[in-house]
Design a binder for this molecule. Structure first.
Ligand SMILES: NC(=O)c1ccc[n+]([C@@H]2O[C@H](COP(=O)([O-])OP(=O)(O)OC[C@H]3O[C@@H](n4cnc5c(N)ncnc54)[C@H](O)[C@@H]3O)[C@@H](O)[C@H]2O)c1
Ligand SMILES: [Zn+2]
Length: 357
């Protein structure tokens, strides 16, 4: 089991990583200083039937009064309509300022319930119980919450920190293979941009990770969350250094969008984006070809794609690249590697990027 604190300028919160922690949720919530009261446990139609009873039993044993609110599984639930149904339930259940919102599920539930917690009564305490790799290594920490608008993903949101994060790695056992591997792209990303030794450890235990050995999984989830905490506590609102977390995401986002969000899961597109960013880094940031190859091999061994699809050159791809949030006029800010474990931000023109893909 791993435990650490994330310290922001204004507040701090606890992070727990380990197997079987959902069964200890009541005690961990008490230890985080959250007084017994009502809890709205937001979950989805896949995760609820698997884990909400276990979570609720533990919370009840510690004196809390949980109710479960289940939304349909899938990205379409990150909407204003579903958000409104959460507020309706909060009001109907008479949740007050001392009530706590729990997000039990993947990034969809975390972002949706997080935004509900940030806005209901101008903010009630939030606890994240991430159950996907993506949520355990990435979305549960950092305070970004949002719902989608039909024009754009994550258009409506708030920065809002949880009071507690509990990542139960045993819950990843029921996750589908493709979703499990997808999340590994973000793990590789932390190593590539911040910590070469972490990347070594990851590579050395990859076979055990893919077999979902709990000790190996706990190590990479803990390593990832600690790395992310390090970046976001220095730059809570993404004005500077936090932007290195976009490594692989410029090309990745463009690929996702160009294929209508149907062909690639986010992590798969980011995997290809990291390989391309590493190639550009050889030309523009001095990364050695051997290290770029090492990164690509690790991505491949993780069961993730490494090559641009043959038909990538399209108007949609170019448009999506130019629409990237980090654009300014004719150039984009691109995250590159000087070497494995060290990222730098560089401005690149679209032509430079397109010519080198
Ligand atoms: N806030 C942030 O910083 C941040 C960062 C990255 C991603 N995100 C957001 O996260 C979302 C994607 O998150 P995700 O990949 O976790 O998707 P998700 O929440 O849709 O979960 C993926 C699928 O796995 C199922 N599932 C979840 N846990 C399970 C378990 N333990 N066993 C079996 N099935 C399980 C879900 O029901 C769903 O069908 C996107 O909306 C993205 O925008 C946010
Ligand atoms: Zn990502």
């Amino acid at each position: 089991m791993r435990h650490f604190q994330v310290k922001f300028a204004s507040a701090a919160h606890e992070v727990w990583v380990g197997a079987g922690l959902i069964g200890k949720l009541g005690r961990l919530t008490r230890e985080a200083g959250l007084a017994p009261g009502r809890i709205a446990m937001v979950t989805d139609s896949n995760v609820g039937p698997l884990y909400s009873e276990l979570a609720s039993d533990s919370l009840r044993a510690s004196g809390y009064e949980p109710i479960t609110i289940e939304v349909e599984a899938g990205e379409q639930s990150k909407s204003l309509e579903v958000l409104a149904t959460l507020y309706d339930r909060f009001v109907a259940e008479q949740l007050d300022r001392n009530s706590i919102v729990f997000a039990l599920g993947g990034g969809v539930v975390g972002d949706l319930a997080g935004f509900a917690a940030a806005t209901y009564l101008r903010g009630v305490p939030l606890v994240q119980i991430p159950t996907t790799v993506v949520a355990q290594v990435d979305s549960s920490l950092g305070g970004k919450t949002a719902v989608n608008h039909h024009h754009a993903k994550n258009l409506l949101g708030a920065f809002y920190q949880p009071r507690l994060i509990v990542a139960d790695v045993a819950a990843l056992r029921t996750l589908a293979d493709r979703e499990f591997r997808e999340g590994l792209a973000e793990v590789i990303k932390y190593g590539a941009i911040m910590d070469a030794a972490m990347l070594e450890r990851y590579g050395a235990s990859l076979d055990r990770i893919l077999a979902r050995d709990e000790t190996a999984v706990e190590q990479f989830v803990g390593d990832s969350l600690e790395r992310k905490a390090q970046v976001v506590t220095d730059d809570e609102r993404e004005q500077g250094r936090r932007r290195i977390l976009n490594f692989g995401h410029t090309v990745g986002h463009a690929l996702e969008a160009a294929f209508g969000y149907k062909q690639y899961l986010h992590g798969e597109a980011v995997a290809i984006g990291m390989v391309e960013a590493a190639k550009l880094s050889i030309v523009c940031a001095g990364l050695s070809p051997a290290e770029a190859e090492q990164l690509s091999k690790l991505i491949e061994r993780s069961g993730l794609p490494t090559a641009m699809p043959p038909q990538w050159q399209s108007e949609e791809f170019e448009r999506a690249l130019k629409l990237d949030k980090k654009r300014s006029d004719k150039a984009v800010e691109f995250v590159m590697l000087e070497k494995l474990g060290r990222a730098v931000l560089r401005r690149l023109s679209f032509d430079d990027i397109l010519d080198n893909l």
